[in-house]
Design a protein around this ligand. Sequence first.
Ligand code: GAL
Length: 410
Amino acid sequence: MKDSDSITPVKVEDDMHRFKFKPTATVVLMSLAFASLLAGARVEAVAVDNGLARTPPMGWNSWNKFGCNVSEQLIKEIADAMVSSGMKTAGYQYVNIDDCWQVSRDASGKIVADPARFPNGIKGLADYVHSKGLRLGIYTDAGTMTCEKRPGSLDHEAQDAKTYAEWAVDYVKIDWCHTEGLDPRKQYEKFRDALAVCGRPIVFSICNWGRNQPWTWGPATGNLWRTTGDIQDKWASVLKILDNPSQQHPESAGPGAWNDPDMLEVGNGKMSDLEYRSHFSLWAIMAAPLIAGNDIRTMSQATKDILMNSEVIAIDQDAAGRQGTKIHAEGGLEVWSKPLKQKGATAVALFNRSDAAADITCKWSEVGLGAGKAKVRDLWAHADRGVVADGFKANVPSHGVVMLRVMVGK
Ligand code: GAL
């Protein structure tokens, strides 16, 4: 078989090629080999072609706020609130149950949902979530047990993938607790192959906390892969994730395949609204999955204004799928930028980590826009800032961000 029989190069960006292939192990390996031949040492973004997550997935997950306290009742109420709060209209699609929904396996090895907490089973819940125009996500672990010691999927990969498809599940997050002696790449490839033949398109979220460089094998394996340990509802945790050396691998991200710096803590109460705004803005600049982790049934107007800022969401969801990066940093004052699909357009975040308000300047030349004039839009003030030559300066509050959409021209 010639390479060209199974691999169609898909031009996504001038400087980036991705490869379309059938998601079988052999073809994936061939594609990877072919991609690395073309790419030399550079890691290329090669997306698993299940047609899903062409922009970073948006949704909600139970873990950050509710931990093990999950139930059918909670998930139904969250699905209702996704619609009534406007989250669904803003683009949030997946309602994801994290750890603790499962209790045992039956005689045939099939995974069993907690009958007291999920009286209508996962299929009943999926039907409800689908009736709201939303999608259902579920959670398992690649090892013998989940992190909360529920049954894991080791040696049940194919059976579990089939069960999820039978239950009409749309998204699966696969964790990495209790995996002593296992190789993450191999284990996650087993799930990829099982999901490819389970009969239903299912978004595949890899959660091994950035171990074994998932940004190198993740793109050909799943739709998103965690790059760091767990986020906490603390400013220091947001900074730790942004500074984690394993965090930035923009070359691996693109339609269908995303670095995942973990779910959002926006609205969970231990950071200021200004800090949540920065957290959300930086996640959008990084083209991160936007998976809310708060109680959306009771969220404040300030939280809604952050999670449903359509101008910032549009940056995250930009069709080019480019992950933004830090352009420069000086004494806690940072400039980040993300190239957008529209020619001459880029998103910029002026981010102040210091303890006092400060001026931050972004020069057009440093974000790839040349030295001429550019139109500036402030995405939190929802206001145009005119056509500005050379660059833009703003006074940014401590722990705050000014986020801009900049477009070359008059
Ligand atoms: C961690 C994971 C969290 C959450 C938790 C559940 O390993 O990173 O996001 O899923 O397990 O036990």
